[in-house]
Design a protein around this ligand. Structure first.
Ligand code: PEP
Ligand code: MG
Length: 933
């Protein structure tokens, strides 16, 4: 940092050095104060010490740059000139405030010290000048409270015992005085009483901190500035940054500003407001104010604040006077500023104001935080009013906010006070409360009695699926984001937490223990599946509105902006209907095996088992023939539901042992039904056993070894399509071959498909039968040889679940034992460390490694077949960060669970806006392979 570096940015009297777009340097607060001054809005004069000084301070052993004191001195002189008062002047003292202000709002670290400059020398002068001793002593007691807490205790690193902090102790002194004199509220204390209180305060500070309260204005000023910089590395700020993902290097700015007083009497007031309602999004000016008070009183909850205007009075505030009624002229000025700010910022603002003897001053404006409902409504209404364009509107709602509108969630108010039992992976969205059950049959039985249940398992397997369906939520101790429970729950949009390592589940005892507590069957728990938090007890829930017209309009704007298509992973006509409702442009993955589980699956599952237990190709062919009508009917139903939209149907993928019952009773039952011995079943089950099933006899390997199985499925797909065509429907099947690693596997299956196609065309007398043949790219070798794969494949769909598993060599079902250690970003002393992995790669695509395979696969594939259609159907297809990557590598579509389709539409729109060239060409021709299908 050289001498010429500008550390201090001044604002006041209609002119400011900074601007709103200088948040990096001036912090949000400083930049917006400067902007308001430039807009001609009344703001008390002040200056911002830059975030660069904060960085310097930490890089140089907590020292300031040499030039800082002089620059601060000059800026103070300018404030003095504008305000016509001098800092420390015994006859007419200037008082200032000192506030932190980082780039992003950090409510839990905001350190504020008001009334700096009050000393034994300046107090008498200010009393004489204002003729209001009560006001001055009240300001002084506030200074002592804030300063001793923020500067003398927190910034000095003192850590008092619970309830023994200096602020708490001073509050107790004040309460005692109030009791003694019979004062109900702070404002009941008179000047003399406050003066005595201040003396007691100073004595208490000396006693608690062991130092006198500083009586020199410069010492107070620099103490406060230092405390703000110190607060950047305070515990609260660090943990807030961790939660919000704010980088440590940003630093905070410090704002020093002339004080204006809302506590100068009945014509003074202070308030906070939102330019629109932050809970509902309604275009109504909404806020709270208090007469004769300083800012902190409104938020501190000591006095009940009054409503800002008549229109926003509630049943609790009906009897209180609004600012509109009490000070109509000031209110009108505030409304004009509100309108000016909204027009200028084109977004809802959260503002703070103070009225000093009838004059209105603005102390802050910033973009206001809002609920998901409010975010969508504001975006839509501002777009309708042409305040913003659709490109801006789509950036106004975060994926998490959109999620709030799509699922039943736990009531946020209830969540705030609930007891957290454990944390796990947020595998299925929304919130649910239910009674604990530990087996799938119990879940079904309890649900039939009308009890909402949470199915708690060590981990789930396909046999649990009915219980999972019946449960209100699913909870597992093991498993990652692509484990069975996670995939199934997400597919249904069901609330689910997996990998909750703190749980010790005993299905036998029907208990779960967590942190020295044991919960039994029937106990109530509540889950926040969007955040992975398990709570004790029954929390209230809030339902979404499925027909929300604002949401429909908002998503339509997203669709106009995005380039990436969005499909759904759906396996049944019911899921297909949901997918369509959520705006999917097709099915990107239909996992055929799902027809063998769940409701109505008994007979097809039996026939599949029969096929699996066949000993010869003839037997297998006969079993396939029996199974055929079920498969065809199932696929036909889904193709019909998706009429006119493409449906990617994957040939059978899982290793077959998954379908054979493992427990003896079920094996016996099967043996009986098939007319074979239990030993036969056991032998076959053993024969199917594999050490590494996910890398074993599965995917296309099944098709190569049992061509009759592929044949049966292909015939079912093509005949279903031909029949639908005859019925006047448009079926667009895409046959997808899974787990391929060489083009020769594709050639093998292609020959078989060609044969069946000819037979079906002949049978139906068709001249043409349109469908595509493609492959999943989920094995690294397939990506590396994508140029060869594309010789046969007309489309690629990246199966990033398996590709992550094989790229990393991590078992996708079993990462709970080490993943927390890989994601750990704090050491035992809570110091920041670089985690081994930046995120769970089964949740967010690992761009550096697996992403490189994807990128290479697309490039090589399109080198052979330029119009190769490319999508993704791994779980990453519903993850916003991964979707951004998919857009950037030029995929045609992403495919995700139906319930995540709206999130994907939003994420695709947001990345399209972010990556758009500054000035888009007027006319765009759509390139081959870039359609939204
Ligand atoms: C994948 O591997 O990414 C995929 C979609 O297939 P599955 O999860 O069914 O293995
Ligand atoms: Mg796979």
């Amino acid at each position: 940092m050289t001498k010429a570096t500008k550390h201090v940015y001044f604002f006041g009297a209609g002119k400011a050095d900074g601007r709103a777009d200088m948040k990096e340097l001036l912090g949000g607060k400083g930049a917006n104060l400067a902007e308001m001054v430039n807009l001609g809005i009344p703001v008390p004069a002040g200056f911002t010490i830059t975030t660069g000084v904060c960085t310097y301070y930490y890089e140089h052993g907590r020292r300031y740059p040499k030039a800082l004191p002089a620059q601060v001195g000059a800026a103070m002189a300018r404030i003095e000139k504008i305000m016509g008062k001098k800092f420390g002047d015994p006859s007419d003292p200037l008082l200032v405030s000192c506030r932190s202000g980082a780039r992003a709002s950090m409510p839990s670290m905001m350190e504020t010290v008001l009334n700096i400059g009050l000393t034994s020398a300046t107090i008498p002068g200010l009393i004489a000048l204002t003729g209001n001793a009560r006001f001055v002593w009240d300001a002084y007691r506030r200074l002592i409270m804030m300063y001793s807490d923020v500067v003398m205790e927190k910034a000095a690193g003192l850590e008092p015992a619970e309830d023994q902090g200096v602020r708490k102790q001073l509050e107790r002194v004040m309460d005692q005085v109030k009791r003694q004199v019979g004062a109900k509220v702070d404002t009941d204390l008179g000047a003399d009483q406050l003066e005595t209180l201040c003396q007691q305060f100073r004595a208490k500070v000396q006693q608690v901190i062991g130092k006198p309260f500083p009586d020199d204005p410069q010492e107070q000023l620099w103490g406060a500035v230092g405390a703000v910089f110190q607060s950047w590395n305070g515990k609260r700020a660090i943990s807030y940054r961790r939660i919000e993902g704010i980088p440590d290097f940003w630093g905070t700015a410090t704002n020093v500003q002339a004080m204006v007083f809302g506590n100068m009497g009945a014509d003074s007031a202070t308030g906070v407001a939102f330019t629109r309602n932050p809970a509902t999004g309604e275009d109504a000016f909404f806020g709270e104010w208090l007469t004769n008070a300083q800012g902190e009183d409104v938020v501190a909850g000591i006095r009940t604040p009054n409503p800002l205007n008549v229109a926003t009075k509630s049943e609790h505030t009906e009897h209180l006077k609004s600012l509109e009624e009490a000070m109509p002229a000031v209110y009108a000025r505030l409304v004009a500023i509100r309108n000016r700010l909204e027009r200028h910022y084109r977004d809802m603002q959260d503002i703070e104001f103070t009225i000093e003897r009838g004059k209105l001053w603005m102390l802050q404006t910033r973009t206001g935080k809002r609920t998901g409902t409010a975010a969508v409504r504001m975006a839509v209404e501002m777009m309708r009013d042409k305040l913003i364009r659709k490109e801006a509107a789509v950036t106004r709602v975060t994926p998490a906010q959109l999620d709030e509108l799509l699922h039943r969630i736990l009531d946020p108010k209830a969540e705030k006070v609930a007891r957290v039992l454990a944390k796990g992976l947020p595998a299925g969205p929304g919130g649910a409360a239910g009674r604990l059950v530990f087996t799938a049959p119990d879940a079904v039985a309890w649900a039939e009695r009308g009890e909402p249940v949470v199915l708690c398992r060590e981990e789930t397997n396909p046999e649990d699926v009915e219980g999972m369906r019946a449960a209100a939520a699913i909870l597992t101790a093991r498993g990652g984001m692509t484990s069975h429970a996670a995939l199934v729950a997400r597919g249904w949009g069901k609330c689910c937490i997996v990998g909750c390592g703190a749980l010790h589940v005993s299905a036998q005892d029907k208990t779960v223990s967590v942190s020295s507590q044991t919960l039994a069957e029937g106990d109530w728990v509540s889950l926040n599946g969007s955040r992975g938090i398990l709570y004790q007890g029954k929390l209230a829930t809030v339902d979404p509105d499925p027909e929300n017209p604002m949401l429909v309009e908002f998503l339509a704007a997203c669709d106009k902006v995005r380039r990436l298509g969005v499909r759904a992973n759906a396996d049944s006509p019911k899921d297909a209907a949901i997918a369509r409702k959520f705006g999917a442009a097709g099915i990107g993955l239909l996992r055929t095996e799902h027809m063998f589980y769940g409701e109505g699956a008994d007979q097809p599952l039996f026939l599949l088992r029969k096929m699996i237990l066949s000993n010869t190709p003839e037997e297998r062919r006969a079993a396939c023939a029996e199974l055929y009508p079920f498969v065809k009917a199932d696929l036909k139903g889904t193709l019909a539901a998706m009429d006119g939209l493409p449906v990617t149907i994957r040939l059978l993928d899982p290793p077959l042992h998954e379908f054979v019952p493992q427990d003896e009773a079920k094996q016996k039952e099967l043996a009986q039904a098939l007319g074979i011995t239990l030993q036969d079943v056991r032998n076959r089950a053993e024969g199917l056993h594999e050490s590494n099933p996910m890398m074993g006899h599965r995917g296309v390997r099944l098709g190569v070894t049992y061509p009759e199985v592929s044949e049966m499925q292909v015939r079912a797909i093509l005949e279903a399509a031909a029949e639908l065509r005859a019925e006047g429907k448009k079926a667009l099947p895409e046959i997808m071959i899974p787990v391929t690693c060489t083009v020769n596997e594709l050639k093998d299956q292609q020959a078989l498909i060609g044969k069946v196609k000819a037979e079906v065309m002949k049978k139906f007398g068709l001249k043409r039968l349109d469908f595509l043949v493609g492959t999943m790219i989920e094995i690294p070798r397939a990506a590396l040889t994508a140029n060869r794969m594309a010789e046969v494949a007309e489309f690629f769909s990246f199966g990033t679940n398996d590709m992550t598993q094989m790229g990393f060599g991590f078992s996708r079902d079993d990462i709970g034992s080490f993943m927390p250690a890989y994601l750990k970003d704090r050491d035992e002393n809570d110091q920041k460390i670089t985690p081994i992995l930046p995120a769970d790669p089964f949740q967010t695509l690992d761009i550096e490694g697996v992403g490189e395979l994807v990128r290479m696969g697309i490039e090589r594939g399109r080198a052979t077949r330029p119009n190769l259609k490319v999508g993704i159907c791994g779980e990453h297809g519903g993850d916003p960060a991964s979707i951004h990557f998919c857009h950037q590598v030029g995929m045609n579509y992403v495919s995700c669970s139906p319930f995540r389709v709206p999130i994907a539409r939003l994420a695709a729109a947001q990345i399209a806006v972010k990556d758009a060239p500054k000035k888009p060409a007027k006319k765009r021709t759509r390139k081959a392979g870039k359609s939204k299908k």
